[in-house]
Ligand binder design. Sequence first.
Ligand code: ACO
Length: 437
Amino acid sequence: MWMTLQVKTLEQPATLTFGQQQIQLPVVQGSEQELGLDISRLRSATGMITLDEGYVNTGSTRSGITFLDGEQGILRFCGYPIEQLCAQCDFVEVSYLLIYGHLPTRQQLSEFQDSIRKHTMLHEDMRSFYSGFPRDAHPMAILSSVVSAMSTFYQDSLDPTAPDQVELCVRRLIAKLPTIAAYSHKKSVGQPFIYPQNDLDYVENFLQMMFAVPSEPYEVDPDFVSALNLLLICHADHEQNCSTSTVRMVGSANANLFASIAAGVCALWGPLHGGANEAVVNMLNQIAADGGDVKKYVALAKDKSHGFRLMGFGHRVYKNFDPRAKIIKAACDRLLAKRAIHDPLFDIAQELEATALSDEYFIERKLYPNVDFYSGVIYRAMGIPVQMFTVLFAMGRLPGWIAHWKEMHSSDGNRICRPRQVYTGPTERPLVPIDQR
Ligand code: ACO
């Protein structure tokens, strides 16, 4: 059956006509003039649901945190362009912005930083938790397990309906995630865990926990600190992406924040999402080992029978360019030039980008490098192992996940997330006893 939809003015509801029936659907307009049709009454009025596999065209919520325009390559957190945030703020300041909805004053920022410092250490018993993981465990698996285990160690901050408990949980998560992440790296290389050092700032502290060893002094490199701040800011939020939607979905059941974030970490791990940064470097290494023939891999990516995709290319929302990729590529250029590093993978990445962007297949489908395409080259320059790339993405995305979880809990229309389906399985049939099958 075909339906017609009529939208006369934005002030009036849209009219959906199907057969002899008509239903009015309210039109919702966002602050950037985006439009949505509120179909929440559709089923009760007509018996029909909407079907949108992969949620390509489904708005799951109203949100005041991040605006992005995929056609024009615009990304703003709480109204502030990503380019300005990267140029003028550090990651903790941007985290504050996302979580509390406004930029902090000096005093608010310093109170926030101090309270994070207070919580950087893990409960001592959590250290022994690490000895149960195999040496070659993926750090994303460790990260999600340990974040989930936080709900066993910090039971005084689990109630999602108690604002003071949520606040404590937020600060614990922001403070401890770098420690958990660095410990997972130390475990993989067999080095002793390095305690947080609270006279350092957030990013410096993470780098010293990652790279310092007890046997010699370690000096934090300021170029790496600014590069990492920039990368974390670029990853800090991206509205209703797969992992954020997961955090909201789990949180909508009133699961505690630790559990919700652990679920988000698992979603992020997938190579079609945050795991792409690791997959990009693996792909570039494979191209290099195969003689550096970029054209061969572009041809492979176009061959549907092969199933190979250019990792770090394409995005559900960006159909022009990903503004984060531009910022990260420029940072990559600057860092490599300043440190006189020649990374052959950077050359291959640039050649791959140029070849793909002049190819009809990629042009037609509006496939551009995304946030993950160049980030791995910077991580490599800093000495961060490939398996840790997605963990760094998780550290960056944490304030965004928290902001969305909090926004969901404070919104009026908050209900458990529960999509429907169109059932396509067998209709009712008699059960045949096992010895007669
Ligand atoms: N290489 C080759 N072809 C691609 C690529 C790619 N990287 N990405 C999309 N396409 C093609 C698809 O085959 C499809 O072609 P078709 O129309 O002929 O069938 C078309 O472009 C549209 O692709 P979809 O998969 O429908 O797009 P979708 O929005 O569902 O997926 C995604 C987006 C998952 C990011 C996809 O582009 C992809 O797999 N990219 C590689 C993985 C990656 O870099 N992920 C990181 C995304 S950013 C992030 O999450 C942080």
